[in-house]
Design a protein around this ligand. Structure first.
Ligand code: SF4
Length: 464
């Protein structure tokens, strides 16, 4: 069973599958080599980025992430300023200190190979690392896959369906679920709501106080990314010359507080979501929700509906509004992760912003007092109207359509939750059915529309 902290992970932008995953793969590979006593003998490291990691790797910063992982950094702890300095130094000196201990020559131009021609069968985001000794003999090689939302998996994990992508833990969850039907059955049996079930599972992993502290850290990281995004102006990196807009929109809203436009709700959700995703596009610290590309939607809903300008830490405890939102949203995210995928390279944007919209609608419905059935309905409606959503980022950057897509997704999530709250009674389509539909649609979707920048907006918008 996954934990709420597997779904909400603090890290650096712009992409969880193309930045967080590769950073973790690089470090993990070197740690394995170190355990075998091979790192001290290593004279050259070659990183091979395959499939989508190669095709949109430069725009998503996969090469930079790989360098950070080789240096021994972790996405959860590395500061953006330090990361920028270390990457600049690696490019300038053409030398790397593997895991901060073993110095080798490293020329990113030759030692990071973008192999967009290799489309791995197991998952489109493959990353293979080769180690060579001073005689240019290959002494170690390992392949991992970045499976979306910062998760990574070995070949063995993906080949054995029973252990497929499972997070191994010492303790078993008390109320495990792999489908919405099972989750609802647990709610009925325990006479609890979805957050109660997820909380019981979290309690089997760690003391409640630690979960509360973790939820607080997640919300603080989300809120900080909103704050930084509201402050920042200028042009986003990458060459598309996309202007940051959240800050100026925020000023406009603050200067006109008496506006009675009914549509002000849209403005606030747009502003908060865009603030986070502009930060993400800038390589700043955000939280996977459930991915970096979809990092803005859930924070926007929480900021507008739960936190406002004056939230307190108690709201982040498991029983507070924000805690409940996060637990419910994570519970829904876990089902998508187990039954389908959170990877844009596998599912298109259905698996990123679509899933975030479904999670957000569920969280919102929960804090509005929705029953388990209404929450499941909200999550279902939100995904039903994201089916077929493609991933076609212009220039391979997580900017167009990603930033606005989070804003539109936040509004859609609120509408789905509203509909579920008002519409009582049975509904025809279940969440499990819509997740399976998303999975099949993702598998049928042409690879042009799955994070390869080979179709859609990516070929129709001229870069300048
Ligand atoms: S279009 Fe969606 S899936 Fe693709 S990079 Fe952007 S946010 Fe991620």
């Amino acid at each position: 069973m996954f934990s709420v902290f597997d779904i909400f992970k603090i890290g650096l932008g712009p992409s969880s599958s193309h930045t967080t995953g590769p950073m973790r793969i690089a470090k993990r590979t070197l740690l394995e080599a170190q355990n075998l006593g091979l790192l001290a003998k290593t004279a050259r490291v070659l990183v091979e980025l395959q499939g989508s990691l190669a095709l949109t790797g430069i725009g998503h910063g996969s090469d930079r992430a790989a360098i950070l992982g080789l240096l021994g950094h972790e996405p959860e702890t590395v500061e953006k300023s330090q990361a920028d300095l270390d990457i600049e130094k690696a490019f300038e000196t053409k030398r790397l200190l593997l895991l901060g201990q073993y110095e080798i020559a490293f020329d990113a131009k030759n030692d990071i190979d973008f192999r967009g021609d290799i489309i791995p069968k197991l998952h489109p985001n493959g990353m293979k690392i080769y180690l060579f000794d001073k005689n240019a003999e290959q002494i170690f090689t390992r392949i991992f896959y970045s499976t979306g939302g910062g998760f990574i998996a070995s070949e063995e994990q993906l080949l054995r369906p029973t252990t497929n992508d499972i997070v191994k833990r010492g303790k078993k969850a008390q109320l495990p679920f792999t489908s919405a039907a099972e989750l609802l059955a647990h709610c009925a049996k325990t006479n609890g709501n979805i957050d109660d079930v997820v909380r019981i599972n979290e309690d089997s992993l760690r003391p409640r106080a630690q979960t509360d502290a973790g939820l607080l850290a997640v919300w603080q990281a989300m809120n900080s990314s909103i704050e930084r995004g509201l402050d920042a102006v200028g042009i986003l990196p990458g060459g598309l010359k996309v202007r940051r807009r959240a800050s100026s929109l925020y000023q406009k809203m603050r200067e006109n507080p008496l506006s009675q436009d009914l549509e002000r709700l849209f403005d606030w959700l747009n502003i908060y979501a865009m603030a986070v995703n502009e930060e993400n596009a800038n390589g700043g610290r955000v939280v996977t929700a459930p991915t970096n590309g979809a990092a803005g939607l859930i924070p926007a809903l929480i900021r507008y509906y739960c936190a406002g300008e004056g939230w307190n830490a108690g709201d982040c405890a498991a029983t507070g509004k924000i805690g409940r939102f996060l637990l419910v949203a994570a519970g829904i995210g876990m089902i998508y992760k187990q039954r389908a995928s959170l990877s844009g390279a596998e599912m298109g944007c259905q698996g990123e912003v679509g899933v975030a919209c479904s999670m957000g609608a569920a969280g919102l419905c929960a804090i509005w007092g929705g029953t388990p059935a209404q929450i499941e309905h909200a999550a279902e409606i939100a995904m039903e109207h994201n089916l077929g959503l493609t991933c076609d980022p212009v220039g391979g950057l997580v900017q167009i359509p990603c930033i606005e897509r989070n804003a539109i997704g936040a509004v859609k999530a609120a509408n789905a939750a509203r509909l579920a709250m008002i519409d009582v009674g049975d509904h025809k389509v279940t969440l499990d059915q819509v997740i399976e539909t998303m999975r099949q649609t993702g598998l049928d979707m042409s690879s042009k529309y799955k994070e390869t920048s080979q179709g859609g907006l990516a070929v129709n918008v001229v870069e300048c």
